[in-house]
Design a protein around this ligand. Structure first.
Ligand SMILES: Nc1ncnc2c1ncn2[C@@H]1O[C@H](COP(=O)(O)OP(=O)(O)O)[C@@H](O)[C@H]1O
Ligand SMILES: [Mg+2]
Length: 371
């Protein structure tokens, strides 16, 4: 391993129990910086990455700006693999202990809407309903169709129907027995991928302005709520609680899959996007957990937030600066991105697809910011 230079002391930290394992501290400003110490550190330590089955320009930019070289997707000579899909068991089994990949096996236990609901429902049964009352009332169709119909007879909605394994608002619609406007998807679904197509969508070109238009930073939302006299410390504690409980509900299955397929305990990490809706009582509700949350940067604010988040994630994951056996610095790290806070208002006509959908109770109060 090359000697650590005096100029690198600030960006290579000693980690691990004995504080002898050098890991790289990633800096978001590296993507614009001309500082040779940052750019050359990956080169000097021969660090490499590969990107497989995904287009991740920001991940590539952060790694390349720290001197990591990109290798062909067939190469085994990498420290980090960033992939758009899950790895086959034989690929996982072949990982060396310094190598890392951005998915756990079986993380669909968290990211498929039906699996998430079933896992949380199990926790409600074993640990008390009120302790895991973190998701809106849900039914999985077609198996719970009768229960849903009984409930719908009493509670006329609106209800939101979602495919169990889709994303970006695709395939979602609302049902209600009350006369409300359920056809207006811009009003009901706060997905950026949908709302950016609305003629009313207001974007912002200044990365320093975090509270203008339809996309705000989370800090700006919290500042706004605080000004309105809301207890944002309590709110964020509850959001953290919700995230931890969601992860716990899928932990056993994912840990079992890791035991079966992953040779070293630090091989896998994962970035999840949590969709959290805050109701008018300031109670957070988990809507879903996103696999591979969007890292695209349409607005300058996206770049500012996502570059910092990815740099933090790679620092936390702990990129070992040498390729030898037995040097893994941490336990299994999971890095979590609270992806957004979604407003919702409103709702309407009964039309049901009964295959592989989940139905959730909607009807939370509208929030005053865009999603
Ligand atoms: N229970 C709910 N109540 C109110 N709005 C909801 C509810 N579930 C989803 N939504 C709205 O629909 C959007 C899409 O739902 P989501 O579960 O995140 O699916 P997708 O994978 O398509 O993003 C959310 O961002 C939110 O705006
Ligand atoms: Mg979503």
């Amino acid at each position: 391993m090359p000697q650590i230079l005096a100029t690198e002391i600030k960006i290579i930290l000693n980690s691990g129990l004995s504080k002898t394992i050098p890991v790289l501290l990633f800096l978001p400003e590296a993507i614009v910086s001309k500082d040779r110490n940052i750019c050359s550190v990956g080169e000097r330590f021969n660090m490499a990455f590969k990107i497989v089955r995904t287009e991740s320009r920001l991940v590539r930019r952060i790694l390349a700006s720290h001197g990591f070289s990109e290798v062909h997707s067939n190469s085994n000579d990498f420290n980090l693999m960033w992939t758009g899909s899950h790895l086959k068991p034989y690929v996982l089994r072949s990982l060396q202990d310094y190598q890392k990949v951005n998915h756990f096996p079986r993380s669909y236990e968290l990211t498929r809407k039906d699996r998430l609901y079933k896992n949380i429902q199990r926790m409600q049964q074993t640990h008390g309903f009120k302790n895991f009352h973190i998701i809106p009332q849900t039914f999985v169709l077609p198996s719970e169709n009768q229960e849903f119909r009984n409930c719908f007879a009493k509670d006329k909605g609106p209800w939101i129907i979602k495919p169990v394994a889709s994303s970006r608002g695709r395939g979602i619609y609302l049902v209600s027995n009350t006369p409300t406007n359920i056809k207006n998807t811009f009003m009901h679904l706060t997905n950026y991928s949908l709302n950016k197509k609305s003629s009313d969508y207001v974007s912002c070109d200044d990365p320093e302005v975090e509270d203008y238009g339809n996309k705000w930073s989370m800090s700006a939302v919290l500042r706004y709520l605080k000004q309105e006299g809301k207890d944002t410390t309590l709110l964020m504690k509850q959001v953290e609680d919700l995230v931890i409980k969601a992860v716990l509900s899928a932990e056993l299955q994912i840990a079992a899959a890791c035991k079966m397929f992953v040779p070293h305990k630090t091989n896998c990490f994962e970035l999840y996007g949590f969709d959290v809706l805050i109701d008018s009582n300031l109670k957070p509700w988990l809507l879903e957990v996103n696999l591979s949350p969007s890292l695209s940067c349409d607005a300058p604010l996206d770049l500012k937030i996502k570059a910092s988040m990815i740099a933090d994630m790679f620092s936390l994951v702990g990129e070992c600066m040498f390729k030898q056996k037995g040097n893994s610095p941490f336990g299994i790290p999971v890095f979590i991105l609270p992806s957004r806070m979604s407003p919702f208002e409103g709702s309407v006509t009964l039309k049901l697809f009964l295959q592989d959908h989940s139905v959730c109770k909607t009807g939370f109060a509208a929030a005053p910011w865009g999603g």
